[in-house]
Design a protein around this ligand. Structure first.
Ligand SMILES: Nc1nc2c(ncn2[C@@H]2O[C@H](COP(=O)(O)O)[C@@H](O)[C@H]2O)c(=O)[nH]1
Length: 245
């Protein structure tokens, strides 16, 4: 089994090292990841400058670009054969609900899916890399158990609670929850008096009802959400015809 591994925390992040270590005994792995943390990059592609690929001493490739750039370059240039699976992560921090729209971790997996390669994005619920080895064990188990059964390309978003492996309650399918709108921007001044802005914190969780990824992980289960790319809003198609056209 050939697996391409990427992320958005960068090629030096503990999460991608742990994921590669967990999968290496079971698959022929290739790692292609950003040269620095690109959290929040979403599906951005770098179109305004050329990109370069370097190789680290541990064999990981790293790119001066986004997570989507990394997967795009890996699939269309670096890898002689298409991988059987692309996995992204393990992200430091959750990607649940609306996070998935901003997430570079999810975007790396999405780029693979758009090229017809099955893909899984793995995130740990809490920041700080606590229980990372346990999360890597869970990710490897899911890949080894789940992958052979699913033939159609799929795009899975997986969130793993920061728990000992033995304390994890199981794996559950879950729908995306929802967050409130992001907090307001944080305005300040730089030493020259110029006004500067930091993007505000992520919005508070809004929909944590039964069956959401938020609720599932809060109970100690690993949440798995199948994602789709078609952004059409079917409920508004009729309304559009009546109201606007
Ligand atoms: N500070 C803010 N963070 C946000 C906001 N909306 C989403 N996010 C977070 O970004 C990361 C993206 O995930 P990654 O896989 O790229 O690391 C995710 O954890 C979201 O919660 C926001 O408005 N402000």
């Amino acid at each position: 089994m050939k697996i391409l591994i990427s992320n958005d925390d960068g090629y030096l992040a503990p999460g991608i090292v742990a994921l590669a270590d967990a999968l290496r005994p079971h698959a022929d792995i290739t790692v292609v990841a950003p040269d620095s943390n690109r959290s929040g990059a979403s599906n951005a592609l770098t179109l305004d400058r050329p990109l370069s690929v370097s190789r680290a001493d541990n064999g990981f490739y790293f790119v001066n670009g986004t997570p989507s750039d990394c997967v795009h370059i890996a699939l269309t240039a670096l890898m002689k054969e298409a991988p059987d699976l692309v996995v992204s992560g393990i992200n430091q921090g959750q990607n649940m609900g609306d996070d998935t729209l901003y997430s570079g971790t999810v975007a790396a997996a999405t780029e693979a899916y758009l090229f017809g390669v099955p893909a899984i994005a793995f995130s740990q619920v809490d920041k700080g890399w606590d229980k990372l080895a346990d999360a890597a064990k869970v990710a490897a188990e899911m890949v080894l158990r789940g992958f052979p059964k699913l033939t159609k390309p799929y795009l899975l978003n997986v969130n793993i609670p920061n728990l000992d492996h033995a304390a994890i309650q199981g794996v559950r399918a879950a729908r995306l929850g929802k967050r409130h709108a992001s907090e307001p921007v944080i305005q300040s001044q730089d030493p020259s008096g110029r006004v500067i802005y930091w993007i505000g914190p992520v919005g508070a969780v809004k929909d944590t009802s039964e069956g959401t990824d938020f609720a599932t992980t809060a109970k100690g289960f690993v949440s798995v959400t199948p994602l789709q790319i078609d952004l059409t809003n079917p409920k508004q198609m009729q309304a559009l015809a009546e109201d606007l056209l």
